[in-house]
Design a protein around this ligand. Structure first.
Ligand code: OSB
Ligand code: MG
Length: 373
């Protein structure tokens, strides 16, 4: 199967979140999402989602920078490279520094296209091994402890296998304490999104008392050295999110002892090829990995499900039901979670969910096409 790529269609949609999502770096009430469609010359196409947020607060990228990078740089490089395989896209875009969410939106669409042309589910096409993935939830900062406890209760009752809460300075130990008082045995984690420094080591030593599965990204993204110092000072495993951009940072983090667990996000690492390489590296060294989330629509969610079927993904991820985010998703059926806290992997070709084109069209605020062949 050789690809003959023809054009990329970018679409910006706006999807209001059912509830605002608040982290240490800000609050999101509606998502502006770039949906990518890549066509080949036969007329077949694949879908991808760019996970760049609205503002450059999680990392440097935004939907607007990603749009420019795809049109001005990704498209010309693809045109020049004449890639024939999805597995060659990552390397063909290597000249573009950073901007991995922009590249990932296109790369993942080409994987979906290739899977469809091979009449195979995407998860099998990338080498996945399981037909069910385990699911956890990420709960944002809440207006009060009572509301937080209610949310935790609801998600546990829905079956989710792991609860993650967001923390930030001033809103950390007390939240964990409140949850542990009511739910002593649940699998619980916290995510700081880089809000702390090494001067907060005492606080993280206190968190050691609450049997957390992990502490996600306590320190700055670029700071593997300080994460190494913090990890050796505390018992709870550190999980890195923002710090891991490619297999190189995964190796550096391992060599420096900066973490014991890694969160892989398709966008953050630039697509399926890099995600697969990172999970392979980690599996060979007994570093568990799990799939992170960026408040994706159903298209990005479907790619996350496919990635989570790779053998190294041994911990529950942040991939949860569409209904936790949206009144109506852009895929049919929406992603649902079974009472055991698992998501069934779809068996159809490509991402395995039908994209609701009419709904996409009605949500679209901007559309642009660019040739790549
Ligand atoms: O750090 O994992 C994160 C959402 C937006 C940006 C960063 C993160 C998150 C989440 C939510 O934790 C995951 C999800 O439910 O999609
Ligand atoms: Mg995170």
């Amino acid at each position: 199967m050789r690809l003959q790529l023809e054009r990329i269609e970018l679409r910006e949609i706006e999807l209001p979140l059912k509830w605002p999502f608040e982290t240490s770096f800000g609050r999101t009430t509606k998502r502006r999402i770039m949906i990518v469609r890549v066509y080949d010359k036969s007329g077949a196409f694949g879908y991808g989602e760019c996970t760049a947020p609205e503002d450059p607060f999680f990392n440097h990228e935004t939907i607007d920078t990603a749009w420019i990078v795809v049109i001005n740089y990704v498209a010309p490089l693809l045109m020049e490279a004449r890639v024939e395989r999805a597995s060659d896209v990552n390397e063909s875009l290597a000249r573009i520094r950073g901007n991995r969410m922009a590249k990932g939106g296109v790369e993942t669409a080409i994987w979906d296209l290739e899977a469809r042309l091979s009449n195979q589910p995407l998860w099998k096409h990338i080498g996945g091994i399981r037909e069910e993935i385990t699911s956890g939830v990420s709960i944002g900062l809440q207006p009060s402890n009572d509301i937080l406890l209610e949310k935790v209760q609801r998600e546990i009752e829905a079956g989710y296998q792991r609860i993650k809460i967001k923390i930030k300075p001033g809103r950390d130990t007390a939240l964990v304490q409140a949850i542990r008082a009511k739910f002593p045995d649940i699998r619980l984690t916290v995510d700081a999104n880089s809000a702390y420094s090494l001067e907060d080591t005492e606080l993280f030593k206190q968190l050691d008392e609450y049997n957390l599965m992990m502490i996600e990204q306590p320190l700055a993204a670029g700071d593997l050295v300080d994460h190494g110092k913090l990890q050796s000072a505390i018992k709870t495993p550190i999980c890195l999110d923002e710090s891991i951009l490619t297999r190189t940072e995964a190796r550096h983090a391992h060599e420096l002892g900066s973490c014991r667990i890694i969160n892989i996000k398709l966008g953050r690492v630039g697509g399926h090829t890099e995600a697969k390489a990172i999970q392979e590296f980690c599996a060979a060294r007994q570093i568990p990995v799990w799939c992170g989330g960026m408040l994706e629509s159903g298209i990005g969610r479907a790619h996350n499900i496919a990635m989570s079927t790779l053998s190294g993904f041994t911990l529950p991820g942040d991939v949860s039901a569409s209904a936790r985010y949206w009144e109506e998703d852009v895929i049919n059926p929406p992603v649902t979670v079974r009472s055991a806290g698992t998501i069934a992997v779809p068996l159809g070709p490509g991402i395995g969910f039908e994209v609701n084109e009419a709904r996409l069209q009605s949500l679209t605020n901007r559309r642009e096409e660019v040739r790549i062949g």
